[in-house]
Design a binder for this molecule. Structure first.
Ligand code: NAP
Length: 293
């Protein structure tokens, strides 16, 4: 199972800069323990100038795989042997799998998000009219995964309108996707079923910020926020007060990790244990979590 012949323990890790804040080691260590798999998942602080050598070290040290996080998700692609369809579609890699020295890059962010949205808020996305706020790295991955669910339409709105237009244009062949400026969302929200915030607006340390005017929200809308720090953003708070269904970013984090774990181990990830580990890390009980929903 390990990446290098001769070793049976699973060596796993996450490469980023900074990395001390990452909750992935906690979550994956709990998952390994739950399944009784010998191994370790360690934080790897890699500065941008060391990325090529760090990727080579995956082979040399016999790591079975690593996660890749900010700022390396795009830059790492050039050092890999193969890129899975998900990495090509999302334009970034967050998971590397080492098969006897051959490194394949995957992107589990988009499918992780959609699995979470379906499990926690909208079981069937067929025919849904979806408004995506933001056109950064996270938006790219999730739009690709959303389009596989046959929504009626996806509209991307961004502060820098040109990026929304570019993103929409790159997905024309996969579905009905259009790009607009953030100022234009007032005309779109009334007909939307789901609004997804993929911008960083409202994230710690600025939890009071809102990515849209909450007066635009309407009862029955599903409002989803990729941010998981705080677990319930101000946007979700406002949406709840308006009678919307809300969906936070913790599930995406758990499922992107679950997919990576499944690629490395070939076993079903212990999702509930991973979720409980994260709730514990945030100091939230399962009962409090019900109130957070
Ligand atoms: P990114 O590539 O830097 O993109 C940031 C996006 O936010 C851009 O669309 C940017 O618009 C917009 N934005 C930033 N500040 C803004 C402001 N003041 N007003 C309006 N728009 C603003 O970041 P990313 O990697 O896509 O991440 C975005 C968010 O997703 C972060 O909060 C991150 O924590 C979250 N995320 C969560 C998970 C998870 O597992 N739950 C995974 C990945 C990401 P411009 O193009 O105009 O700058």
């Amino acid at each position: 199972m390990a990446g290098k012949t001769g070793s049976t323990d699973l060596l796993l890790g996450v490469m980023g800069d900074p990395i001390a804040q990452s909750k992935s080691p906690l979550m994956h260590t709990a998952a390994l323990k739950a399944l009784g798999l010998p191994g370790a998942y360690v934080p790897l602080h890699i500065a941008p100038g060391q990325l090529g050598e760090a990727v080579q070290a995956i082979r040399v040290l016999g790591f079975r795989g690593v996660n890749v996080t900010i700022p390396h998700k795009i830059a790492v692609m050039e050092y890999l042997d193969r890129l899975d369809e998900s990495a090509l579609a999302g334009g970034a890699v967050n998971t590397i799998v080492n098969d006897n020295g051959v490194l394949t890059g995957y992107n589990t962010d988009g499918i992780g998000y959609v699995r979470s949205l379906k499990a926690e808020a909208v079981p069937d996305l067929t025919g849904a009219r979806i408004l995506v706020l933001g056109a950064g790295g996270a938006a790219r991955g999730i739009i690709s995964a959303l389009l596989q669910e046959q929504p009626a339409a996806v509209v991307v709105a961004n502060r820098t309108a040109g990026k929304a237009h570019e993103l929409a244009a790159s997905w024309q062949s996969a579905g009905t996707v259009s790009g607009v400026a953030m100022e234009d969302i007032a005309g779109i929200i009334p007909a939307a079923d789901i609004v997804i915030n993929t911008t960083s607006v409202g994230m710690y340390p600025y939890p009071d910020e809102l990515p849209l005017d909450p007066g635009l929200l309407h009862k029955g809308l599903v409002v989803s926020d990729l941010i998981y720090n705080p677990l319930r953003t101000r946007l979700l708070e406002q949406a709840l007060n308006t009678g919307c269904t809300i969906h936070g970013g913790l599930g995406m984090f758990i499922y992107q990790g679950a997919y990576a774990f499944e690629y490395w181990t070939g076993q079903a990830a212990p999702v509930e244990i991973m979720r409980q580990t994260m709730l514990d890390a945030f100091g939230v009980s399962e009962a409090d979590m019900e109130l957070l929903k």
